[in-house]
Design a protein around this ligand. Structure first.
Ligand code: URA
Ligand code: CA
Length: 434
């Protein structure tokens, strides 16, 4: 008979838990047979003693098996999912889904709404008149088989152990354990049916991992888990010290995605989409090298196939695809307010998370689960780090539905620094393949 107290002591003393022991813990916790206080103690022991790669893989699969899993086996081809650890103005999913689907790679995306500076992928897509994700599982699978792309809202009881564990870690100072973060994120991707996984691990002010070293460690941990449980996994470590691209807001990001799908988007967003996209194409076995994969992606950006795929996707899910050629049909904010530079110089810093909060103050994101999102509002950057600027020139444009935005403007001035030079920013710090 296994006893939780012995397993806590074992981990406290730095020993390795067996597969059976890890399964016992996660099953017992999911079924309310093991109480929060014992799992809290174990989480703290893991925080200090860490887990081996084998333990991390076992923990991930125990969490996957705590609830439902999505069976995508009726979809032909390798289902590659992309996951970002979260950032500000991250428009990559809106670009990558049609971009790789245009290369006949199945994109079967299950997505949520969630909290944040802007809405989730579903909220952003709902800026398109008529677009909806309330489709049946059968429609979802048929659409992906027919046109290679569909998005469905989250349903079912996926990874209940993660929900309990994450909430517990949040109040016991045990969130910041690489073993626990990596297994938490990977369990959700695996339960959602991915055969292969591409990770965008962000680093900097607007990211969960503030330093490059921490981001690399998390990326290696997740890539190792994926490969150890039979899901080919790769990662990109990317900058989130300033917002990605120029748009932060739901309709604004849809417009930005439309531009990027035609190779006319902001350079940093395009570069990151190509870096993530080539890994997706490679893992889907559609190219023999990452270089070849990148060429294929650029081709569908330039020959219009990526944009056509986006239109098809919108139409399939009830949306008005004419927004792609007429983005002015997207929700528009009532007031456009310029925020001018106060001095001459070079933009030295745009603090991503704080600018994200400024967008949220306008109504672009949810502060609590109950908040309503305003799809029209947000921020369009006119300058990025490294750009020269003259006093009086606009740093960014606020898209607002309220006339007085003094609170937002104050926050923006506090978080855009203009200096006499800027340290060059790296966009992609590393590529992690094993
Ligand atoms: N995001 C997750 O999904 N899980 C964690 O543990 C941390 C961040
Ligand atoms: Ca953006």
């Amino acid at each position: 008979m296994m006893r939780m107290v012995d397993l806590i002591a074992k981990k406290r003393d730095g020993k390795e838990l067996t597969t059976e022991e890890i399964n016992f813990i996660i099953e017992g916790y999911t079924n309310d047979e093991i109480p929060d206080y014992q799992v809290s103690a174990l989480a703290m022991a893991i925080f200090f003693q860490d887990m081996t790669e084998r333990e991390r893989a076992d923990l991930t699969m125990a969490i996957v098996n705590s609830g439902d899993t999505i069976d995508l086996s009726a979809i032909e081809g390798v289902k590659v999912d992309k996951h970002s650890t979260g950032g500000v103005g991250d428009t990559t999913t809106l670009v990558l889904a049609p971009l790789v689907a245009a290369l006949d790679i199945p994109v079967a995306k299950m997505s949520g709404r969630g909290l944040g500076h802007t809405g989730g992928t579903i909220d952003k897509l709902e800026a398109i008149e008529g677009f909806h994700v309330e489709i049946t599982k059968e429609e979802f699978i048929n659409l992906v088989n027919k046109d290679k792309i569909a998005v469905i809202g989250q349903s079912g009881n996926l990874t209940p152990a993660d929900k309990k564990l994450y909430a517990l870690r949040d109040v016991t100072a045990t969130v910041d354990s690489i073993a626990l973060i990596a297994s938490s994120i990977m369990s959700k991707k695996i339960a959602a049916g991915a055969d292969a996984i591409v990770l965008d691990v962000k680093t900097g002010a607007g990211a969960f991992m503030k330093t490059v070293d921490d981001a690399k460690e998390l990326a290696h941990a997740m890539v190792s888990i994926g490969n150890n449980v039979g899901r080919k996994t790769m990662a990109v470590i990317s900058d989130m010290s300033q917002p990605l691209g120029l748009a932060i807001g739901n309709a604004l990001e849809v417009k930005e995605a439309i531009d990027t799908l035609q190779g006319k988007g902001p350079k940093d967003l395009e570069e990151l989409c190509l870096a993530l996209g080539r890994q997706m194409v490679f893992l889907a076995n559609k190219a023999s090298s990452l270089e070849e994969a990148e060429e294929m992606l650029k081709e569908v950006m330039l020959n219009g196939k990526a944009l056509d795929k986006f239109k098809e996707f919108i139409t399939n899910q009830g949306g008005d695809a004419s927004v792609v050629d007429h983005p002015e049909k997207l929700p528009q904010a009532k007031y456009l307010i310029e925020v001018p530079a106060k001095v001459n110089g070079v933009v030295a810093e745009i603090v991503a998370d704080e600018i994200g909060i400024a967008a949220m103050l306008l109504g672009a994101g949810r502060a609590t689960k109950e908040s309503e999102i305003d799809l029209a509002v947000g921020i369009m950057l006119n300058k990025k780090v490294g750009d020269p600027v003259k006093a009086g020139e606009s740093l960014l444009t606020i898209h607002s539905n309220r006339e007085n935005v003094n609170d937002v403007i104050t926050k923006i001035y506090e978080n855009i620094r203009i200096g006499d030079h800027a340290e060059p920013l790296v966009l992609i710090y590393d590529i992690v393949t094993e």
